[in-house]
Write a protein that binds this ligand. Structure first.
Ligand code: MTE
Ligand code: MO
Length: 418
């Protein structure tokens, strides 16, 4: 499958090749950019003085040397209240997004809600309406699950013009361990009336954001979530309660959830009529595109980064599918002509980010790196041409095409279409 001619694409590198080169580190600096170093004869400063005491601060913070690992504002956001911020995917090292780096999307800012005053009303087509306190919810049997959360507007810029960095192109994406109560537990308690097929989920923010959700999903794997990554939800993520719909577009995961109303039909709210619909080539608008299809992206190397000369590197990226598990990730080092199977980090969980890696050796020639996800339904992440053939050019949401980065002769990484 791989082109063996000399001058062909760079070959993936074996562990042995890596160590035989980097073993010469102290002498020859075979790792790209490594200095010709000798072992420092001085004791490092950190061994000569005592460190700082415990509880400074009581809630721990990242190293001061990581201060640039932060969310950034989504470009073109008109106000700071109806706004989005982006996860720095290129600075992550595993599938869990630290709570302070989870992307945000708010339609009317972040409300401050005291948990003891918060209520969840479940009403409409039910036999026994319920008004639940947070205390009630915390006493019900809970589950914890790892799931990605992706705004369907993620990679929206790609329809038109390429974004310079992966934080800008793909940063409306995060993955957490979510803890809460299966929505089915509460629905069983209220006793759904015959004929009910949808529910309205409403947020207690100033946007009163609402979405209609099929009852099928509600009984499948929907969660009433109150914690993320082991601590209570962050205010930005919906404290004290949010709806989590694994694999469904971010918007449907209503934050600050305070009302669920059951009905026969969808409610046709703003977020499922004027917004979050897909304009198809025939001029019709596709509604209720809940499912986030399989997608992947290389986050290192990625746009804005620079390789420090020929040598050994690791390609690192994420793949995910709203339909289930990632079965395979392919990586191309020649602009999509040939593909190699990447290594997947464990665990590989359904509707969850999966990390992939491939070691390779850059020979200094310009090239385009790409990744392609395949999920366990057999769905293969489409090329841009394949996606446009179905969707046309007037869409905004749900762009999931194969993404490429170009590495220039100087090692600078840019968008492959730039
Ligand atoms: N109540 C409420 N829920 C909401 C929103 C909102 O503005 N208000 N934004 C939605 C959108 S568009 C997305 S993509 C996700 C973002 O979740 P996050 O901010 O936790 O990343 O929340 C959804 N739930
Ligand atoms: Mo969103």
């Amino acid at each position: 499958m791989r082109d063996k001619r000399s001058g062909g694409p760079p070959q993936p590198v074996t562990r042995r090749a890596f160590w035989s080169r980097s073993g010469a580190l102290l002498m020859a600096g075979a790792l790209p950019g490594a200095a010709q170093s000798a072992v420092d004869p001085e004791l490092p400063e950190s061994m000569r003085v005592q460190g700082r005491p415990v509880l400074s601060p009581p809630y721990g913070q990242p190293s001061v040397h990581e201060a640039d690992v932060v969310r950034s504002v989504f470009p073109g956001t008109p106000t700071a209240l109806s706004a989005a911020s982006l996860t720095p995917l290129h600075r992550l090292h595993g599938i869990v997004t630290p709570n302070g780096l989870v992307f945000e999307r708010h339609h009317a800012g972040v409300p401050d809600i005291a948990p003891e005053r918060h209520r969840l009303l479940v009403h409409g087509m039910v036999e026994r309406p319920l008004l639940l306190t947070m205390d009630d919810l915390l006493r019900l049997p809970a589950v914890s699950r790892f799931h990605f959360l992706e705004c369907s507007g993620n990679t929206q810029l790609e329809w038109k013009r390429p974004a310079e960095t992966v934080q800008r192109s793909h940063g409306l994406l995060s993955c957490c361990e979510w803890t809460g109560v299966p929505l089915s537990t509460v629905l069983d308690e209220v006793d759904v009336a015959p004929g009910a097929a949808w529910l309205l989920a409403e947020g207690a923010d100033a946007a009163a954001m609402t979405r209609s959700i099929p009852l099928e999903k509600a009984f499948d794997d929907a969660l009433l979530v109150y914690a993320q990554n082991g601590e209570m939800l962050r205010p930005e993520q919906g404290y004290p309660l949010r709806l989590l719909l694994p694999g469904f577009e971010g918007n449907a995961n209503v934050k600050w959830l305070h009302r669920i109303k059951l009905a026969r039909e969808p409610f046709m709210t703003r977020e499922e009529t004027s917004k979050y619909t897909d304009l198809m080539p025939d001029g019709t608008a596709r509604q209720f595109t809940f499912m986030m299809e399989a997608k992947s992206v290389i986050v290192r190397p990625a746009g804005g980064q620079k390789l420090r000369g020929p040598g050994v590197y690791e390609i690192f990226g994420f793949a995910w599918s709203g339909r289930g598990r990632i079965r395979r990730v392919d990586v191309s080092l020649d602009g999509g002509r040939t593909w190699e199977i990447a290594r997947l980090d464990q665990p590989v969980l359904p509707k969850c980010l999966t990390a992939f890696r491939m070691s390779w050796q850059w020979n200094g020639a310009p090239l385009v790196v790409q990744s392609r996800a395949v999920d366990d339904t057999g769905y293969v992440q489409p090329t841009r041409d394949e996606l446009m053939a179905v969707r046309g050019a007037n869409s905004y949401y749900h762009y999931n095409a194969i993404h490429g980065w170009k590495i220039g002769i100087d090692g600078a990484v840019t968008h492959a279409r730039a």
